[in-house]
Design a protein around this ligand. Structure first.
Ligand SMILES: Cc1ncc(COP(=O)(O)O)c(C=O)c1O
Length: 493
């Protein structure tokens, strides 16, 4: 495929783009309970307008675009007020939870390099429910990860397990508010006190919960302290592109003061081009997400968000009660915001998820890990609330339909294959390909029903799961070499 020899007219161009979306999730109907945080049509229009106003401005150099700096400084001030900051609190806008977390881990690493130079292998301590973004950050930044057990009933961090994991190389303790997998708030006060006692940094991952939890608190929900007002918390991340409903690419990382935040900054004048000074990971970047986030906060205001919190809180409770009333299903722990996970007994949860898909619902399977059994994850958007009764009815039907469906025979095969295998050197790529094909995955294409694939992944040890997924994505992103260009020219091979 090549770039078209001549440009397309707008109709053709946009119709082509629209056509590409035919198989995408139709999230606007409110039946998608993952991935998209639907702000509703009015807010979406406001966000789009602000986003496109700032589409082409470059956030690389805020001194050339003072309005970008103003937007960011206002957003950070609002985030700080929202999350218990004070006059010393500083922070930056980033592209998402992962970037905020990478920044927090980089700041912790470079802070340790400056203040504890004897540490050559810095370690961060993560409860097993901490988001994978911390492991990714550690992987990118050359930091070791120490994963600690959680309480198997509440799914919250076990602070004594974290204490026991501290060594002379520890630089950072992490807690979540809320955790993605089970939507519970770790004992932040205790984790932060432990960090302070040991002279360590403490990051709170409030990417998911930071925005709505303060509204939950105002509604009288029992929200424990989790933010910068907790003694010992040194940084916190919060995503606007989750439950503030901003367009994707919008998160903040806040630090207790500038002395710590300076370790997040990166400067380079050690080359022949313009001097680089970056506040976060990206360099050139659209200011669209920033303007979109600023706009959505001003669109809804505190009243609007309080109303959303009230509605999703009430809807989530109805859903959880309804799910616990289905004998085979059980909500995991006690969700503290508008997400939850449920497990199944006597029926395969992955078949339940497929059956729900067949009935037009999108929910998200999660594999077993540590204290957490395989389960299905659900995020409750305001747009989903109209469907609570229909969802529960179809879930009960899906459980009945899934009862007769078998576990894939592949599960026993892979368990046999991997049971005694040394995975430290990786798995033979040929075996990985073969396994993908056995699971019905070929050339990056997934089968319609995913229960078999999930059952197999669920049965595999973690390194094997990861290698399988990398192979799958490496195939999925295959360039469209063989396709004709849009005005008919076939690419020369
Ligand atoms: C608790 C938590 N932290 C971090 C992240 C990562 O955020 P992102 O996907 O924006 O990079 C998520 C995403 O769901 C999350 O739930």
């Amino acid at each position: 495929m090549q770039i078209p020899a001549t440009g397309l007219d707008n109709d053709t161009l946009f119709n082509t783009l629209e056509g590409f979306r035919a198989r995408d999730l139709t999230w606007r109907d409110g039946r998608t309970w993952a991935y998209v945080y639907d702000p509703g049509a009015d807010a979406e229009a406001v966000i789009k307008k602000a986003f496109t106003m700032y589409l082409s401005e470059n956030g690389l150099d805020p001194t050339s675009f003072p309005s970008i700096l103003k937007l960011e400084n206002e957003l950070i001030a609002m985030a700080s007020t929202h999350l218990g900051g004070d006059a010393k609190t500083v922070g930056n806008f980033t592209s998402g939870g992962t970037e905020s977390i990478i920044c927090a881990v980089k700041a912790a690493r470079d802070h340790a390099r400056a203040t504890r130079p004897e540490i050559t292998r810095p370690e961060i301590i993560l409860p097993e429910t901490a988001h994978a973004a911390f492991q990714k950050a550690a992987h990118y930044l050359g930091v070791e990860v120490v994963v600690t057990a959680i309480d198997p009933k509440s799914y919250k961090a076990d602070v004594e397990a974290m204490r026991a994991a501290i060594t002379e190389n520890t630089i950072l303790l992490v807690g979540s508010a809320v955790s993605f997998a089970h939507c519970v708030i770790d004992p932040i006060t205790e984790i932060a006190a432990l960090a302070a006692e040991k002279g360590l940094l403490c990051h709170v991952d409030a990417c998911m919960g930071g925005f709505l939890l303060p509204y939950y608190k105002r509604l009288g929900e029992p929200v424990p302290d989790f933010d910068l007002s907790v003694p010992g918390v040194t940084s916190i991340s919060m995503d606007f592109h989750k439950y503030a409903f901003a367009a994707k690419g919008a998160s903040v990382i806040l630090y207790k003061d500038k002395e710590l935040r300076r370790f997040q900054m990166y400067a380079c004048s050690n080359w022949s081009g313009y001097t680089i000074i970056n506040s976060a990971v990206q360099s050139s970047k659209s200011a669209g997400p920033l303007a979109g986030a600023w706009a959505v906060l001003h669109h809804f205001g505190e009243d609007g968000y309080l109303d959303i919190a009230r509605r999703v809180c009430e809807g989530t409770k109805r859903l959880c009660d309804g799910i616990n009333a289905i004998p085979e299903l059980e909500i995991m722990g006690v969700p503290e915001m508008n997400l939850f996970a449920f497990t199944a007994e006597g029926v395969d949860i992955f078949h339940v998820s497929d059956e729900m898909k067949a009935r037009g619902w999108f929910i998200q399977p999660q594999l077993c890990y540590g204290a957490s059994k395989e389960n299905v994850h659900v995020s409750v958007n305001p747009a989903c609330l109209q469907w609570v009764d229909d969802f529960l009815r179809d879930l009960a039907l899906s459980v009945e339909a899934a009862k007769g469906l078998p576990t894939s025979p592949l599960v026993a095969i892979v368990q046999g294959m991997f049971g005694s295998m040394d995975l430290s050197q990786g798995i033979d790529p040929g075996a990985v390909k073969q396994m993908l094909e056995l699971g019905g995955i070929k050339d990056g294409a997934l089968p319609e029903r995913l229960a078999e694939v999930n059952q197999v992944l669920n049965a595999l040890p973690v390194p094997a799961r990861e290698q399988l997924l990398v192979t799958f994505f490496n195939d999925l992103y295959t360039p469209a070499h063989d396709q004709p260009t849009r005005n008919g020219v076939v690419a020369a091979s």
